[in-house]
Write a protein that binds this ligand. Structure first.
Ligand code: SF4
Length: 458
């Protein structure tokens, strides 16, 4: 696939906007949403039979300067152990309100660095989850791994426990880039772990990379691509570095002058797309790639792909119940986010309270827009007839403002509106966040304090 890159278009659309892991995006969650609202929602008995569980394990040994996650830097075993005890208690607090017949179809451990736990802690937490929930035999069970803290025995343990999908955070193999971002991980170590994981036959191995980091340029990024094509992981994610030092203060530690500009960034991304698609990978959604035989690729080609806070998935409309600090639960009509500080989180749980920070209950308008934005971000296509039938609306009337905004994108060759449908064209692929923004009612409110927290779309 050849991406058409026009510097004027890139400049024009390089604005701040959400990544749409949820709609409404997190800054629009409501701080008046309290524990009682969560309990009331759970008691409505509207939880889906098949569910996804997310466990947030926030510990890391050192801070990567680009980090946008919710992390806690420590090697203190006692802090980790206390947190794990709180996590277990949180599960029991929520369990009281869950129906008995639910089946876990997806289980994800994210962070932080989930594998900074000891092998014993990993074993204990996994056994606890198994004792509390019925996990389907074909469930997706995945974990994010930092190669710097991964050992071969740990990979064997994960495989034996039932983890079938692993994801290595590689980011960039170039030493200069690694130094600039305070994340030194020799490529030999990554390679050895990757091939060992291959021997263990995990169902799927993903690698995460980041483009837009300091010291990166088109030339040195090509070494990443060369290695990737040797390794051939099943899936790849290339995240655009989100430089938001006004939100993540530690990002000020990165040398701003060494950051590639939007044009260089997009040229790196163009190279990624062209190299990987030339070698058979399918370019999925915003920034993911998978081998053609991978279920994500098949779902994407059939326009049946979905997305939640854990990433792209083939599983449809499952509620996600999330545990741990800052974890976000996603239900059919609601979001609930947990407290941010470990101290407060622990305290609330000790007092037998569900540690709710904020949340959101969706109205009908939110649900329609959420559906459309999902279709744009996952399948690059919206069938107006389908939306009209599902929500009993006249698409052209209901979305007259959105269609007006899309006109400009159509004139620039990014999208095509034809035969009662919206199609994102090749030229618009790196700009699907901008397309989705046309349907975002919260951006229309032009609340500067909320838009300021977003990263640039490129
Ligand atoms: S290892 Fe991951 S989560 Fe931890 S600081 Fe680095 S980027 Fe952030």
């Amino acid at each position: 696939m050849k991406l058409q890159i026009n510097p004027d278009i890139i400049k024009k659309y390089d604005v701040q906007g959400p990544r749409y892991t949820s709609y409404p995006p997190v800054p629009n969650f409501n701080s008046n949403f309290k524990e009682i609202d969560y309990i009331n929602y759970l008691q409505l008995n509207s939880i889906t039979n098949d569910i996804s569980l997310y466990f947030h394990l926030p510990f890391c040994k050192s801070l990567c300067y680009y980090c946008g996650c919710n992390v806690f830097i420590t090697s203190n075993e006692e802090i980790k152990q206390n947190y794990l005890e709180s996590l277990k208690k949180e599960v029991r607090l929520i369990q009281k309100y869950l129906p008995k017949n639910i089946t876990v179809k997806q289980l994800h451990w994210g962070g932080g660095t989930p594998n900074s736990l000891s092998n014993q802690q990993i074993y204990d937490l996994f056994s606890f989850i198994q004792s509390e929930f019925f996990i389907s035999a074909n469930a997706e069970i995945s974990i994010e791994l930092d190669p710097r803290t991964t050992q071969k025995e740990q990979l064997s343990l994960l495989k034996n426990l039932g983890f079938n999908r692993i994801s290595f955070g590689v980011q960039d193999i170039n030493e200069q880039v690694q130094k600039a971002v305070n994340r030194i991980q020799p490529v030999d170590i990554i390679e050895e772990l990757y091939f060992y994981a291959r021997e263990l036959s995990f169902y799927s191995i993903n690698m995460d990379f980041i483009y837009g980091l300091p010291e990166q340029n088109l030339k040195n990024f090509s070494f990443n691509l060369k290695k990737i094509l040797e390794w051939k992981p099943d899936r790849l994610a290339f995240f655009s570095y989100a430089h938001v030092p006004w939100v993540k203060k530690h990002q000020n530690l990165l040398s701003q002058t060494r950051l590639p500009n939007s044009n260089e960034k997009i040229l790196i991304f163009k190279e990624i797309v062209e190299k990987l698609t030339d070698h058979g990978y399918i370019y999925i959604g915003l920034d993911h790639f998978a081998k053609p035989e991978d279920e994500l690729s098949k779902a994407f080609l059939e326009r049946k792909l979905h997305r939640n806070f854990q990433g792209y998935t083939v599983l449809e409309n499952m509620d996600v119940i999330a545990f741990g600090i800052t974890a976000i639960s996603q239900f059919q009509k609601s979001y609930v986010r947990n407290l941010k500080s470990i101290k407060e989180y622990k305290h609330q749980i000790q007092e037998n309270h569900i540690p709710v920070f904020d949340g959101y209950i969706m109205n009908q308008d939110d649900l329609i827009r959420k559906d459309i934005i999902q279709k744009i971000m996952c399948n690059l296509f919206v069938d107006f007839n389908e939306i009209e039938k599902k929500y009993h609306i006249d698409f052209y009337k209901y979305f007259s403002k959105s269609l007006e905004k899309l006109q400009e994108l159509e004139e620039d060759g990014l999208v095509e509106i034809r035969n009662h449908s919206l199609n994102i064209l090749t030229k618009g692929r790196p700009l699907i966040r901008n397309v989705a923004m046309c349907f975002d009612a919260f951006l229309e409110k032009k609340d500067h304090s909320k838009t300021m927290v977003y990263s640039k779309t490129i």
